[in-house]
Design a protein around this ligand. Structure first.
Ligand SMILES: [Zn+2]
Length: 451
């Protein structure tokens, strides 16, 4: 499939809810596309909303449960002591405030969205996550040449390994395959169209569940992954759907399941990290690539190769610190929050556990500046350059519209490969200046001044 798919985000409000469908063409892999589908309100037809709305036109806004802007709490609850580095002496305490001053409201939620604490009610991200995995084929594209095991092995164990490492051991993705091809009732072309709408995708997932229900116990399933015969080119991309509105989800064995994922033909291009991207959506993470990339601005102009919620096949697919904080993989004590003055922080690189994982400076009710350290290790081992990565987070920006934007001091580097700051380098955004003082095997020592 070579056609690049434009982003389509649908939103409807029925008490709450939204829809979002989009594709992710990858300049380096033009055949690849990814879509996610989230809820909309129930129409009688498969496509409930105007289909070419590039962005949601209305939102439900889960109200922030925490004050997103600084309060009068001057006491730092976390003391960002250098982990391995004796120099320099960290921070005048008065310049840091407790981490809850850097909480972000979930401002624009379309079934996905940034915000700390995260929107609850979707797939959990901590502890054991049970995923029932089903396999489907079609009368016009029977899976005569593939065993279910072969398709399953594309995502297992790599997807579970990724979450285990990137969550620092806090998430255990337990894939439970039902290794039988289930024959769906309609031709592949029918589903290739249907799964791009919220209810069409939900019905597709439910049909697969119903076919397996006699042999599969779904009562402990947290999510459902349906792997279509990847030779069915009509299903050229794999969507994820979230069902936060009770009654609109998937039903089996007396439980309602609040999310689901389908793999398509593009699975063969992306490999196992595709599933991590889609389950990231099920756990509320938004897309970080630009939905309007084909308009000339570039698909990956917001975050370049960082985080697989941007470019799955990028050189630095480890999730950002803000994403891990949202998912509960980083504690408040591992965040330093600064609202004024000057601070010196020893950042421990996000690819390894423990230590201070991010330094944050609130900019507005929904936005802040974040600094994290990246090392060429773990899933980032092919990253071009290590260093301190500086980015803006705006929870008011929709999925695909830049909720995270990596800042650069190298404007000519459109892919952001060389933007991590090295010792002696500095970057200023509005009233905030970040300077890297030193680096070591654990990460970077940064100095941050808020004028
Ligand atoms: Zn996506």
């Amino acid at each position: 499939m070579t056609t690049r798919i434009k982003a389509i985000c649908l939103i409807l409000l029925i008490g709450s809810l939204i829809s979002c469908t989009k594709a992710q063409p990858d300049p380096s892999e033009p055949a690849n596309e990814i879509a996610e589908v989230a809820p909309t309100e129930p129409p009688a037809t498969a496509t409930p909303l105007p289909t070419n709305t590039p962005e949601p036109t209305s939102t439900n806004t889960p109200e922030p449960t925490n004050t997103p802007v600084p309060t009068d709490t001057p006491e730092p609850t976390n003391t960002p002591e250098p982990t391995q580095t004796p120099t320099p002496t960290p921070l005048p305490p008065s310049d840091l405030v407790s981490a809850d001053n850097c909480y972000l409201p979930v401002a624009n939620f379309t079934g996905v969205g940034l915000g700390v604490p995260r929107y609850e009610g979707l797939l959990q991200s901590v502890g054991t996550v049970n995923a029932a995995v089903l396999f489907v084929d079609f009368e016009d594209v029977p899976a005569t040449n593939r065993m279910p095991e072969e398709v399953f092995n594309i995502v297992s164990p790599s997807s579970s390994d990724y979450f285990s490492q990137v969550s620092y051991g806090r998430m255990d993705l337990n894939l439970q395959p039902h290794l039988t091809w289930l024959r769906l009732s309609q031709p592949s072309a029918h589903y290739g169209t249907a799964i791009n709408s919220f209810f069409g995708h939900r019905d597709f997932l439910q049909e697969a569940i119903d076919l397996a229900d006699a042999e599969v116990d779904f009562s402990t399933a947290d999510t459902v992954i349906v792997m279509a015969n990847p030779d069915a080119e009509a299903l050229f991309k794999g969507p994820a759907s979230q069902f936060p509105v009770p009654g609109q989800g998937l039903f089996a064995d007396g439980v309602e399941i609040s999310s689901g994922v389908t793999s398509g033909n593009d699975l063969l291009n992306w490999g196992g990290l595709w599933l991590n991207h889609e389950l990231g959506h099920n756990m509320t993470l938004p897309d970080l690539y630009a939905f309007d990339g084909d308009a000339g601005g570039g698909w990956h102009r917001f975050v370049g190769p960082y985080s697989l919620m941007g470019l799955i096949s990028g050189s630095a697919p480890e999730l950002f610190a803000i994403e891990r904080w949202q998912l509960g993989w980083i504690d408040d004590e591992q965040i330093t929050c600064q609202t004024a003055g000057e601070a010196t922080i020893a950042l421990s690189a996000i690819e390894q556990p423990d230590g201070i994982k991010a330094h944050m400076v609130p900019l507005s009710r929904t936005s802040m500046l974040v600094v994290e350290s990246r090392l060429r290790t773990g899933y980032d081992s092919t990253m071009v350059q290590r260093g301190a990565l500086v980015y803006l987070v705006d929870a008011g920006n929709f999925s695909g519209a830049g909720p995270i934007r990596v800042l650069t001091h190298v404007p000519s580097d459109l892919m952001r490969d060389s933007v991590p700051l090295r010792p002696g380098e500095s970057l200023t955004h509005e009233n905030v200046t970040i300077t890297v003082l030193d680096e070591n095997d654990d990460g970077d020592i940064i100095q941050v001044t808020v004028e």
